[in-house]
Write a protein that binds this ligand. Sequence first.
Ligand code: UGA
Length: 474
Amino acid sequence: MCRFPQVSYMLLCTLLSTTVFNSYSDEQAPEKPRVCIVGTGYVGLPTAGILSSFGNHVACVDVLSEKIAQINNGRLPIFEPGLEQLLQEPIKSGRLTFSTDVLSHMQRASIIVIAVGTPMSKNGAADLRAIDAVVEDLAKAITSYKIICIKSTVPVGTCAHVRDALIAKGINKDLFDIVSNPEFLREGTAVQDSLNPDRIIIGGNPRATTIIKSLYQPLIDKGSAYLITSLETSELIKYASNAMLATRITFINEMARLCDKVGANVLDVAAGMGMDKRIGTAFLVPGPGFGGSCFPKDTKALAYIMKNKKIGATLINAIYRSNVAHKKAILKQIDKLIGDFTDKKVALLGLAFKANTDDIRDSFAIDAIAYLLAHNAHVSAYDPQGMDNMRTLFPQVSYGPTLEAAVQGADLIVIITEWNEFKTLNVANLAQACRTKRLLDLRNIIDRATAEQNGFTYIGMGVCPVKKSAKMIH
Ligand code: UGA
C-alpha cells in the first residue's frame, strides 16, 4: 500500500526517488542511490561491478570474513573473465566497497540487493536458509524506506514470504518494498552478459519497479529489453527460462546418443534444426550433460514447486532424470572402452562444469572421478582453473600441474570441458604421451580425422561415422 494514495504513481515515484536518494544527513548527498549487495558470489560480484560502474555507490557485504578479506587484499574469490577489470575503477574511486558489516551497510543503503545462494536441499526444494538469515538482518536495518531487490533464484512466493516475514517482525509495510529482479548471467561470460542482457525482468509494485528500472537505465538505453511484472511472474520467469534451456540441452543430448546408434551427426542435426527460425541453434550443443549451480538445482526446485501445487511435473522431472541417465551412459561408455581398470590411467581434461570458470559444482568431472576411483583406476586431471576446487573434493587424483603431465602414460583421455586451450592442443604430442591412444571427446572439439591419423581411437558425442551399412530405421 502506498503512503500517498492521492498522488499519481509517476509523481510518487519522482518524490520517492528524491526522498530515497537524498536522505543522507551526515554527508554530502550522492547523486545516485546507495546500494547494498548481499552476497559476493558469481551473481553478487558482477552485479556490484556493473551497478558501481554506472556511478552508484555500492557496498558489497558478506558474512564470510575470509572472502571479504581476500577481496580487500586484491584477490577475487572466483575466476570470472573480465570481472577484475570491471571492479578496478569503482574500487579505486571508492564507489565500490566490500565489508562484513552487513547491518550498517544495509542501514545506509536505499536499495538492498539480495544475491545469496539458494542451493538444492535434500528433498529437491531450494534451500532458503541464506535468504532467511538476510531477513533477520533486514528486520534490524529497516528504519527508513528501502527497496529489497531479490536477485537470488527463489521459488515462486518467496518475495511475498519475505514481505510477510518482515511485517511479522514488526516492520511497517510502508517502510519497504520488495522487488523480484532475477539474474540471467552465465558463469564464464558473466561480465558480458551483465553489460548486454537480453532482458531485465522486474517484478513488484510501480513505485519500487520504477526505481529499480532506473538503476538499469544505462542498459535499457543501449537496447536491453525490460519487462515489468508481478512478483510471482518474475520469480517464475527465472525458473521457466532455466528449465527451457535445460530442456534443449537434454533434448540434443538424447539426439546425440541416438546419432551414435544410427550413424548420424548430431552437430549437423542441430544445425539443420536451427535453420528453422522457430527453433534456432542456441543451447543445442551436446556435451556431458548440464551441470553447474543452476540447471540441476533449478529443474529440481521447479518440479518440487509443481508437486506442492499438485501439478504433475512430468516434463521437468524427465529433464532431470534424462540428464542423470546421460551422465550414466557416458560412464558406461568409459567402462566399455577400458574394460578392466586395474593399472589403467585415465586422464581427464577439464574439471569445471563449463569453460571459463573455476566452478566445479555438479560438473560431470565429479561423476567421472568418483566412478573411476571406485573402479581403482589411476586418475589424473588438468583444468586451467578448476584444479584447486576439485582437489578439495578428491585429493587422491593427480592434478596436472600441466596438461602434458596429466596425459603422460594415459590409457584414455576424456575431454570434459570445452576450454579454448583444449581446442587447439597438439594431437600428435598428445598421441606420443599416451600409453594407449583412446580419446573420448565429450565436447566434440577435436577433429576426428586428425585424431585418427595420429592413431587414436576417437569417440565424440553423437558424431560417430557409420560403421555398418545403413539400415532402414523405423
Ligand atoms: C545458466 C543460465 O544459462 C543463465 O541464464 C542463468 O542466469 C544461470 O544458469 C543461473 O541460473 O544462475 P550457467 O549455469 O552459468 O547459466 O551456464 P550455462 O552456459 O547455461 O551452462 C549450463 C550447463 O549446460 C553447462 O554444464 C554447459 O556445459 C551445459 N550446456 C550449455 C550444454 O551442454 N550445451 C549447451 O548448448 C549449453
